[in-house]
Write a protein that binds this ligand. Sequence first.
Ligand SMILES: [Fe+2]
Ligand SMILES: [Fe+2]
Length: 184
Amino acid sequence: MDQFFEQMTEDIIGHPLFQQLRLCTHHGGENSLYIHSVDTARCACRLARRFHLKEERVRAVTRAALLHDFFGYDWHSDAYKQTLRHYRGWRRVKQMHAFAHGARAARRADRFFPLDERQRSAIVSHMFPLAPVPKNAEAWILTLADKVVASREVSAAVGFYMRRWCRKVLPAVHHRTERRSWSA
Ligand SMILES: [Fe+2]
Ligand SMILES: [Fe+2]
């Protein structure tokens, strides 16, 4: 699986713009857009094989999954929030990251790694139900893989912050109880 996965994806993973995703935090903790995208692609590849898709469709959905969050900006940044201020009401909601980044990622990915129609539509709809209903098997597989990986990453991030909080708070509590037992 690893060798097969590498052959299908090495041109994208090795591209400098894709490598930049390492710098973008995503689902909290130690997660980045790079880790999220590669894990989603691996998961989509496994699902596509489990559903017995033909080899070229396994390749198509794996590559689409790798590029599904290739929107190319930091949506936590002030600059992004500033651009949203140009819109009002419903138009603003439609421009919000959660609703719009699938279409943006598809447009940008297409410029660097030409996509076919199924891949484009899978990327556009990966945020279903916040995006249009997935229209084909590739789109459903990508939507499912993204959600499976995202929930795993969010739980890992909760664990990460809990451990960090414990490391900060427990020594202080330990120190206080130690002082109390000395003074007793
Ligand atoms: Fe996404
Ligand atoms: Fe995602």
